[in-house]
Write a protein that binds this ligand. Structure first.
Ligand code: ZN
Length: 421
């Protein structure tokens, strides 16, 4: 068995093992601080130790892999951070987050001798919004950006505060004690640069028969809650012309949103992903409705324009139907450029290694985006997703492509740390 085959087997075995830590099946369900998340956290730390690394948790449960000689918390020397997220959505595949975490772990073990710019791997506690509706809290924690008040006011759907959920994980040895002061999760390492490897979750690479995507730009997003109020009346006796049906208005808004995003063309996307209907009876005209709409685009002016058009359409539809409408825009995320210098270096390296690749934008938010936004030169790398399927048990990337991504991450990290050595 050649070295490439060994690498494939090792990575695949690790992915299978990590995928086993799940709240039920099908697929992988591993919400942050849940029981399977804690078990996976312990398993990752033990796997890191088997590879000769130390594993250190920060105060919100991010897990960092590093050479045992390094002292977390001293912030010196600066490091190359490499990793992705440990949590998943409900019924996720084996690769989302896990692939980037395990590839980073193997790369960190391989390059643990780097002195001038040491490599530190990470499994961020949460990259998904599934539990706390927070954007990439793990990456913000790695940068020391979490505020104390957030831990108390952020709650999951069951009303459990972030602080309380975190205590559960801490009691199980998956998080360090909180620090005093306004920022209770201090950064353990200072990142000079950051790399993240992830599955594409789209079909662009596959359609162009490429093995690697070098991401230069991450799309921004805007979110709107649209509250519609009509009139809940008995359905059996209210003639059609007298109705003020909040759900029928929402249905028109959903289709208008879809139409506008299609017309704007790629990479614009818009999604109505939340719909709540009151009172929810067969025989009552829906009197109230809440709709959640998200718009994404890689270019800020286009993002602003499309969001405004969706808002205008929703208002016009409500007016036509005699429906009262209140729209709340929640704080959005601006599109962010990843490091142009790293993208050029990665492009050159991929050409040298003869890996079919392209530069591209990402429609999905990732930990790399948080680092880039904080001024850390960062790069996101994609491997193809079969049929573009992700966040599903059917998520699949060919083993040879997974190995290519891992090898590329290793060689890029080697090149970066050699350049600094
Ligand atoms: Zn992910």
């Amino acid at each position: 068995m050649g070295p490439t085959e060994t690498a494939i087997r090792t990575l695949e075995e690790l992915l299978q093992s990590l995928g086993g830590f799940s709240q039920g099946s099908p697929g992988v369900t591993r919400f942050v601080y849940s029981d399977p998340w804690c078990v996976a956290h312990h398993w990752l730390a033990a796997t890191a130790r088997d590879l000769g690394l130390a594993a250190t948790s920060d105060a919100i449960g991010n897990l960092l892999f590093h050479d045992p000689s390094m002292k977390p918390g001293e912030l010196q020397p600066s490091v190359l951070l490499v990793g992705s997220h440990l949590d998943t959505v409900s019924g996720d595949g084996l690769l989302d987050g896990a692939y980037g975490v395990l590839a980073a772990l193997l790369v960190t073990a391989e390059l643990r001798d780097r002195q001038a710019l040491p490599v530190v791997g990470f499994a961020s506690c949460a990259g998904e919004e599934t539990r706390f509706s927070q954007c990439n809290p793990g990456a913000r924690g790695l940068l020391g950006l979490i505020r104390r008040d957030e831990l108390d006011f952020v709650r999951d759907r069951d009303g459990v505060t972030w602080a309380h959920a975190l205590e559960f994980a801490r009691a199980r040895g998956c998080a360090a004690p909180l620090a005093d002061g306004d920022h209770p999760c201090p950064a353990l390492f200072h990142p000079a640069l950051m790399l993240e490897l992830h599955v594409e979750q789209g079909a662009l690479l596959e359609s162009e028969e490429l093995d690697l995507g070098i991401v230069e730009q991450v799309a921004g997003c805007r979110r709107m809650r649209v509250m519609l109020t009509g009139e809940a009346r008995y359905a059996g006796t209210t003639p059609m012309p007298l109705r003020r049906d909040a759900l029928a208005a929402a249905a028109e808004m959903i289709l208008a949103t879809e139409r506008l995003a299609r017309k704007a063309g790629p990479p614009a996307v818009a999604t109505a992903g939340i719909l709540r209907v009151e009172p929810g009876n067969f025989n009552t005209i829906p009197g109230a409705c809440e709709l959640g709409i998200e718009v994404r685009h890689a270019a800020r002016p286009k993002l602003v324009e499309l969001t405004a058009m969706v808002g205008q359409q929703c208002r016009a539809i409500a007016e036509n139907r005699g429906i009262e409408v209140v729209m709340e825009e929640s704080p959005g995320l601006e599109p962010v450029a990843l490091s142009p210098a790293l993208a050029i270096a990665a492009d050159d390296l991929a050409r040298k290694l003869k890996i079919p690749h392209r530069r591209m934008a990402s429609g999905a938010a990732h930990d790399a985006m948080v680092f880039a936004r904080s001024g850390v030169p960062s790069l996101l790398l994609f491997v193809p997703s079969r049929n573009g399927v992700s966040q599903s048990p059917n998520e699949f990337t060919a083993p040879a492509q997974l190995a290519t991504g891992q090898r590329f991450l290793l060689e890029l990290a080697r090149w970066i740390t050699d350049g600094r050595g």
